[in-house]
Design a protein around this ligand. Structure first.
Ligand code: ZN
Length: 435
């Protein structure tokens, strides 16, 4: 990834100015302080909240983990209730002029940023004298609503208990969760908003093979996708995020689709006047519980809050964000290549098989999404089965005994077409090798 970091830009400008008039040229202006992400990475382990190592936590588990860090510099402002009566909490930190509102897990199965907000709350609570915490508290008032959709979190699903996607309820406000967020927004009229989500771990950066760890968006506030002063500020904060997250996920940051969605909270928050930033946590290698992306959110969000509280974001070039490649294609999880398909009662044929997991990070719930000559197909993993027969198990066959796409990935790869001498077994999870 090309980096266009600010310090180089400022030094470059300084080198070609200040030569007119008599006397020695003025000293170049000091570069603005670099993002403190190195320091945040160093202290992270000491402020990480224990008890959230499994990302499928529910409301009770989450607040049991976070409650020890409430009080002191972190105050509870208002409380609401979800459709099923779970508590929605609005917390705040700092007393500076610029108002910032962050909300997470509006989609119940998107918990990465809730974990990061827990760590940020602990950082504010345990380290109020840390220079970064002091700068934030002096320049900004930070409002947080972690886990906006606890009923969805209880089931680890996207929608709330009413079956509504809260992020499509910004106009009608039929969900208690959407109403709560809107009421907090209306009371605060925040200058900045952070809309915190997770996206599929299968998405790649642009046309590359690189997995998207983080996708960012400064959402459009109208159909024309104009860039006014407020959207430009959001883009500058997104550039801060790119710089701060780069040491952890460099080259794996993409830009989210910026089509205006007039029912979505992110877009309407922008239309209602907040400079809004969407952060989507995607996937990372060997990180099924998204703990690396949790840390990346912690470092990125605190760096962005610091830049907002100090005004330092205004020095950033929006192009750092704007030049990111978009989210690209979604790559299936597993390609089983080079085998001979042997459906009982049918002629054998050369066929590759492509599999997508319903729960990709856990590699569970495999389904067949394509069958045939898939020589150019890309997948996260490829298993060569040259010389082996692919024999579907009964669970994978339709009523007529045939194989089709969409069926559970249940089959064996064996040395003969009758399924003797099985080498690999697929039961909706990753291939199991047999002896
Ligand atoms: Zn979402």
């Amino acid at each position: 990834m090309t980096r266009h970091f600010l310090v180089a830009a400022i030094l470059g400008t300084a080198a070609c100015s200040g030569t007119r008039g008599a006397g020695p040229p003025p000293p170049p202006p000091l570069p603005s302080p670099t993002a403190p992400s190195a320091d945040l990475i160093t202290i992270y382990d000491a402020v990480r909240v224990p008890g959230l190592e499994d990302r499928r936590f529910n409301h009770a588990t989450y607040w049991r983990a976070v409650t020890p860090y409430l009080g002191g510099s972190v105050t509870t402002v208002t409380e609401g209730t979800s459709a099923e009566g779970r508590e929605l909490r609005h917390l705040s930190f700092g007393s500076g002029e610029t108002t910032v509102l962050l909300w997470s897990q509006m989609h119940g199965n998107e918990s990465t940023a809730s974990m990061a907000l827990a760590d940020i709350i602990r950082f504010f609570h345990d380290r109020p004298d840390h220079p970064l915490a002091r700068r934030i508290a002096r320049g900004a008032t930070i409002h947080m609503i972690p886990m906006l959709n606890p009923d969805g979190a209880e089931r680890f699903r996207r929608r709330n208990a009413q079956g509504i996607d809260v992020n499509r309820d910004a106009r009608r406000l039929q969900t208690p969760e959407g109403k709560f967020l809107k009421a907090v927004r209306d009371a605060l009229e925040p200058e900045f908003g952070f809309n915190l989500h997770d996206q599929s771990a299968a998405v790649r950066v642009g046309r590359s093979d690189r997995i998207v760890a983080i996708a960012l968006l400064a959402p459009a506030y109208n159909e024309a996708r104009d860039v006014d002063a407020k959207r430009r500020r959001a883009m500058q904060v997104a550039s801060v995020l790119v710089e701060a997250m780069d040491p952890l996920v460099g080259g794996h940051i993409a830009k989210y689709d910026d089509t205006f969605t007039p029912r979505a909270f992110g877009d309407l928050m922008a239309a209602w006047g907040s400079s809004t930033i969407l952060i989507e946590s995607g996937g990372w290698h060997d990180d099924s519980q998204k703990q690396h992306l949790r840390k990346t959110n912690f470092v990125g969000i605190l760096s962005a809050l610091d830049a907002i509280a100090t005004g330092r974001y205004a020095d950033y070039d929006p192009a750092v964000y704007d030049n990111l490649e978009f989210n690209g294609r979604s790559v299936p999880d597993l390609l089983v290549a080079g085998g001979t398909l042997a459906v009982p009662g049918a002629p054998t044929l050369a066929a590759d098989i492509l599999i997508r997991y319903d729960r990709p990070l856990l590699r569970e719930g495999g389904r067949i999404v394509d069958i045939g000559d898939l020589g150019e197909a890309q997948a996260q993993d490829t298993l060569r089965v040259d010389g082996l027969y692919i024999i579907p198990l009964p669970e994978a066959l339709d009523e007529d005994g045939g194989l089709n796409t969409g069926v559970p990935a249940m089959f064996v790869a064996a040395e003969d077409s009758l399924g003797r001498r099985v080498r690999f077994r697929f039961e909706r999870g990753p291939p199991q090798r047999e002896n």
